[in-house]
Ligand binder design. Structure first.
Ligand code: KE4
Length: 412
């Protein structure tokens, strides 16, 4: 297996050392094959928002297993999850399930182009929309981590239609529209960036993009693969009150099984085959196991007080991290929204990918290793976000901050 992993960021390339091989996960914890326990702030990169292996999810899966794992035919469960997504996400009137966030973003780009008849798309430096060719331009996540601003094997012709702008820079987007009149199908972005570290939208940025796309007959697309059902039950769009035309989702809506989705206005989504001419398909899309895990996870998230709890837990964590780093004389800037957080080992503010690159990646590598030795598992890259869950208790946060105190003083 290339690099010994199934996904590059897991290889610890940017933090050094050997990756930890997991044996099992439960609640906020992961155990490696040597039996060491870690408090986990990756949560499988987002799906484990209710805690790993939640008993309600695993028992529902055991029941569903008896009825088979994949039908390749319509089943009630996909309609049930579709209804939950439609009822939760302001932009979504119709939704199509796929098997990963990458698939969802690939399909949504094809749909943007099909609906507008225009080929160009605007993305932002440091945002990651999966590994499809046309998005591998100044992408975030593992591409940033591995310093691969573009990837070999991606023809220039494919990325010629991908325009980029710095995150939080409305003027740059305005210029791109002026330079490419009637040629841009739309703008796609992470409404809260989790793939260049953690970057929040400046006040007015999302609203400005909503206006700019409308003025230019282009579509606004929120890639909520990471933020969906995490920033709030209705995603970042509900929390910030800005409704895009299309939305992609993944991670949480699969509850740990492979699910991606794209959805939006019926007028646009009805272009998707077989309702319309835009082709997209998938053998395992909407399979009953993945739908069951998604349904159960969203049911758990509907419980009273869920997002207040996630907000409080994560705020206490990030505020503690910043305070302790400063006590040790380290430069740090960081923030959190609901169950997502991030920090950079540099002076703030960090409003875009360029400013994020000021982070001290070498010192982050030392911190990551020190935290591992103290039983805390942080994302193995300075250009990823951190994830909390309903399973992280106050005691877990206290233990984590204790580990940060010891580690920051060791690396200061
Ligand atoms: P997947 O194809 O990995 O399911 O989703 C791609 C994707 C699309 N959009 C956003 C905003 C995403 O965050 C992702 C995937 N996120 C990374 C974490 N940075 C997945 C982890 C990995 O690549 O192993």
């Amino acid at each position: 297996m290339p690099g010994g992993v199934s996904s590059p960021v897991r290889a610890f390339k940017s933090v050094g050392g050997q990756p930890i091989v997991f044996d099992r996960v439960k609640g906020p914890y992961a155990w490696d094959v040597d039996g060491n326990r870690y408090i986990d702030y990756v949560g499988s990169w987002g799906p484990a928002i209710c805690g790993h292996a939640h008993p309600d999810v695993t028992s529902a899966l055991q029941e569903a297993l008896e009825k088979g794992t994949s039908f390749g035919a319509p089943c009630e469960l996909e309609n049930q999850l579709a209804e939950m997504v439609i009822n939760a996400v302001p932009s979504i009137e119709m939704v199509r399930f796929v098997n990963s966030g990458t698939e969802a973003c690939m399909a949504v780009l094809r749909l943007m182009r099909a609906f507008t008849g225009r080929d160009k798309v605007i993305k932002f430096e440091g945002c990651y929309h999966g590994h499809a060719d046309m998005f591998l331009v100044k992408a975030g996540s593992g591409v940033a981590t591995l310093g691969l601003p573009d990837s070999p094997g991606v023809p220039r012709s494919t990325t010629a239609n991908t325009l980029t702008a710095p995150y939080n820079d409305l003027e740059a987007v305005k210029e791109l529209f002026a330079e490419n009149p009637d040629a841009i199908s739309g703008v796609i972005l992470e409404p809260v960036v989790g793939n260049a570290g953690f970057i929040t939208p400046e006040p007015g940025f999302l609203e400005g993009l909503r206006e700019l796309t409308k003025e230019n007959g282009a579509l606004l697309v929120f890639d909520e693969v990471m933020t969906g059902f995490r920033i709030s039950y209705g995603g970042a769009q509900a929390r910030f009150g800005v409704t895009p035309d299309l939305t992609t989702m993944g991670k949480v809506i699969g509850g740990g099984l492979p699910v991606g989705a794209y959805g939006g206005k019926s007028e646009i989504m009805s272009m998707v085959a077989p309702a319309g001419p835009m082709y997209q398909a998938g053998t395992l899309s909407g399979n009953p196991l993945a739908m069951t895990a998604g349904i159960k996870t969203l049911e758990l998230l509907q419980q009273e007080g869920t997002y207040e709890r996630l907000e409080a837990t994560t705020k206490r964590l990030i505020n503690g991290i910043i305070e302790i780093a400063k006590e040790n004389g380290l430069s740090i800037t960081g923030s959190s929204i609901s169950a997502m957080f991030g920090f950079y080992l540099c002076e703030g503010p960090v409003r875009n990918f360029e400013e994020a690159k000021a982070t001290d990646t070498e010192r982050f590598g030392k911190l990551h290793k020190a935290m591992l030795e103290k039983g805390v598992y942080l994302a193995p890259s300075a250009f990823e976000a951190g994830f909390t869950s309903l399973a992280h208790t106050d005691a877990d946060i206290d233990a984590t901050l204790k580990a940060f105190r010891e580690s920051f003083s060791a690396i200061a």
